[in-house]
Ligand binder design. Structure first.
Ligand code: SAM
Length: 390
């Protein structure tokens, strides 16, 4: 059966943030408000397919991990009827999903419940796409390394096999600038989610990451403020590309500072920012978060001809699980000194992605309770987003 939906996929618990970003991008890039999406699970938005929205979502969204176009669905439970239905759908489909001579790749996800192995499902979907296209006079070949379009088949919650084209051509979390990972880097789309949840306003807020590691939050803050476009070759293959894709806020130039005690981490952050093309736009400082003061940030602002009246401290501090597993007392000390430093930033906001209750216990007596506490997975770790008014 032909399907025609745009699916925006992110980490669990990020539906609301992704929808807010989608509205902002659609307004700015297309001058429209998108229709209200259907929410599937805690991390997927589904909308009727629209060419312009698909282009804008793939080019500009920063909080999701994937944007895909669901093009076929099947209730078939075995391979033969799946092949027959899919090949017939492709052969009669008038949409421009391929160009003659295109290479394609096919992968499957979440197909454990289907009565066949993964490789058999991949082979069947591939054959149906190639044979169906041939019946329309279009030659396709399989090219797993440099496909014009990547196809994904997965079972949805109703047990239907959904066949989609991955419009971003892979994980959107990888922005292409990471040269050095640091010890426990945050995935890039999660940095974007944190900035949205903390309502980072690049026009008003100075952004300081007091424990910046390889610099993900600081780099994302500059790029997200500008809403820089991302190239997506699949859009061209599908005729969805636009000639121009300018940054949505080209003049945005937030004041961003990244600090860390670890020199290697700072050098990784510098290399990453350079690779992202924003080497000169972030101030990196070797500093213990315990010693962070508003006066230091005000000095940095002055050197850049700016002021630092209000802002956002945003970090994912070391977690017990990964970085300080052997020494919970040292971890609590680190959190407590961070809380004491935060208190000096009166009128600012402070937000953190934390993976242990020790953080709130250390912060409570010094800073008080968070205004917002929201579960948010960090990779496979259970974590919370906490926002404090200082
Ligand atoms: C989980 S990592 C941050 C990862 C970072 N968001 C990234 O994307 O790479 C925590 C960082 O906190 C730093 N750190 C630990 N204690 C610190 C302290 N007292 N002051 C400043 N940085 C500290 C570590 O060096 C490490 O780079």
């Amino acid at each position: 059966m032909i399907a025609d939906e745009l699916r925006i996929v992110g980490s669990t618990q990020t539906n609301v943030v992704m929808e807010a970003e989608l509205i902002r991008v659609a307004r700015r890039a297309l001058h429209v408000r998108p229709p209200a999406p259907r929410k599937e699970g805690l991390g997927q938005l589904v909308l009727p397919f629209d060419r312009d929205l698909a282009w804008a979502a793939t080019t500009y969204l920063r909080t999701p991990t994937r944007v895909v176009w669901d093009v076929y669905r099947s209730r078939a439970e075995r391979l033969e009827p799946l092949y027959d239905e899919l090949a017939a759908d492709v052969a009669t489909d008038a949409r421009r999903l391929f160009r003659d001579g295109d290479g394609i790749s096919v992968e499957v996800r979440r197909v454990e419940a289907f009565a066949a192995g993964e490789r058999q499902i991949v082979g069947t979907v591939k054959n149906a796409l190639v044979d169906g296209a041939r019946r329309r006079g279009t030659q396709l070949h399989v090219d797993p390394n440099r496909p014009a379009t990547r196809w994904v088949a997965r079972l949805d919650d109703r047990g239907e096999l959904v066949v989609s084209i991955d419009l971003g051509g892979g994980s959107l979390s990888q922005r292409g600038w990471r040269r050095e990972a640091g010890e426990a880097p945050l995935r890039e789309h999660l940095a974007a989610v944190l900035l949205m949840l903390a309502r980072f306003d690049p026009r008003r807020d100075v952004l300081v990451d007091p424990m910046c590691g390889a610099g993900t939050i600081a780099i994302e803050a500059v790029l997200a403020a500008r809403a820089a476009p991302r190239p997506a070759p699949a859009l061209a293959a599908l005729g969805l590309q636009r000639a121009e894709a300018p940054p949505l806020f080209p003049d945005a130039a937030p004041l961003v500072v990244g600090c860390d005690v670890d020199l290697d981490a700072l050098s990784a952050a510098r290399d990453n920012a350079r690779a992202a093309g924003i080497g000169a736009e972030i101030t990196w400082q070797r500093a213990d978060a315990a010693h962070l003061r508003p006066e230091t940030i005000a000095d940095i602002a002055r050197e850049r001809g700016r002021t630092a009246e209000t802002g956002l401290l945003l970090a994912n501090p070391p977690y017990g699980e990964r970085l300080a597993a052997d020494d919970p007392d040292a971890l609590v000390d680190t959190y407590r000194s961070l809380a004491t430093a935060c208190r000096r930033f009166r009128g600012w906001r402070a937000a953190f992605l934390v993976g242990t209750p020790l953080f709130e216990e250390a912060f409570g007596p010094v800073v008080g309770r968070p205004r917002i506490k929201k579960p948010l997975a960090n990779a496979n770790l259970r974590a919370y987003f906490l926002l404090y008014d200082l």
